[in-house]
Unconditional design. Structure first.
Length: 340
């Protein structure tokens, strides 16, 4: 078994920086949890915090066929959408960027009800993904479609980190766990695509009717180790470096808040990935009022409890991201020292 072929794929999957741009895909296991609302307001909060340093934030509506992120900024019919890029009416993504209330925040809008955009050809999708390399941005937030479709996983593969939005309701939590599990296993399929003896093991691990309990990542790594110990070591390293930030939305009480920590422990136990409970956004009737006005909450009601939650999340996300970058730099220095 040749495990050397893993190195190139590993670097492609793990990088959460594209040309110095930090990428955060934002997903959810099901619709109706407030993902686009949090993406829009989190982007605004980040841009406001970063404005003194002139750092640039870009929001990309990656729900290609059902985009609605633009409505959070009061746009009913945006002048440009990703359809203009996919159809090649525009040559690059910078030509379809839309202005927002903050000069250092730009929006790339999705579209709705266009079959060719919702299900782009492989070449069109790869062209889109490759053009992220040319974006003039320091932070890129991807508002993914709900669930774990192939398009969603393709966007997730751009980063070793992801943000998952859920509510404290059991159905949403189960869907979120399934989303993280499916995302992890599909990323592993990409990571190990040159290992023909290993791929069937991943398929077996994903199979609800298989011999293993669904979602027990330790059993999968143990099975891989029986085939190739080095591949198993790299697989475990890959898994524990998949960092997920969890945000609980529509929280009403302390019991709801504690759900986040319980979810973190369960995910760590069964999937082994690095899940950070970033925080929560409280239930606030002003969220609904802002949505009806098609205006961001942090602009309409900047002093509301929910807005304060979002600003806190933005600050924590920046802090966690910097700590993660420092850890990676430290590890790289250790590796170079050992090679020397």
């Amino acid at each position: 078994m040749n495990s050397k072929g893993l190195v190139k794929v590993e670097m492609q999957e793990r990088s959460d920086l594209v040309n110095g741009c930090k990428i955060w895909p934002i997903g959810s296991g099901k619709g109706g949890v407030g993902k686009s609302f949090i993406t829009a307001n989190l982007g605004l909060a980040l841009a406001e915090i970063l404005s003194k340093g002139e750092e640039r934030v870009v929001l990309f509506d990656a729900d290609l066929g059902g985009g609605n992120l633009h409505t959070c900024f009061g746009m009913k019919n945006p002048p440009f959408t990703v359809q203009d890029f996919i159809s090649k009416r525009k040559e690059n993504l910078s030509q379809i960027m839309l202005e927002t209330p903050l000069p250092n925040l730009k929006l790339i809008s999705g579209t709705s009800g266009v079959l060719s955009v919702a299900n782009p050809r492989y070449g069109d999708k790869m062209r889109l993904l490759n053009h992220f390399n040319d974006l003039e941005a320091d932070y890129l937030l991807l508002d993914l479609s709900a669930g774990s479709s192939y398009n969603t996983i393709d966007f997730l593969s751009l980063s070793s980190e992801a943000i998952v939005i859920t509510t404290p309701e059991p159905a949403a939590l189960l869907a979120s766990y399934g989303f993280i599990r499916n995302a992890l296993y599909r990323k592993l399929m990409r990571f190990l695509h040159k290992q023909p003896l290993i791929l069937p093991l991943i398929v077996e691990a994903m199979n609800r009717n298989g011999r293993w309990k669904v979602g027990i990542c330790g059993q999968l790594i143990e099975a891989i180790g029986k085939v190739d110990q080095e591949v198993a070591r790299q697989t475990l390293d890959f898994v524990i470096n998949f960092k997920v930030y969890l945000i609980l939305n529509m929280v009403r009480n302390r019991r709801d808040i504690n759900v986040g920590e319980k979810f973190r422990l369960v995910t760590k136990k069964y999937l082994h990935c690095d899940l950070c409970y970033l925080g929560h956004v409280v239930w606030d009737e002003r969220v609904r009022k802002a949505a009806r006005r098609m205006s961001p909450l942090v602009f309409e009601y900047p002093h509301s409890t929910a807005s304060r939650c979002i600003y806190l999340l933005a600050q924590k996300l920046l802090t966690e991201g910097q700590q993660g970058a420092n850890r990676k730099l430290f590890q790289a220095c250790l590796e170079m020292a050992s090679e020397g």
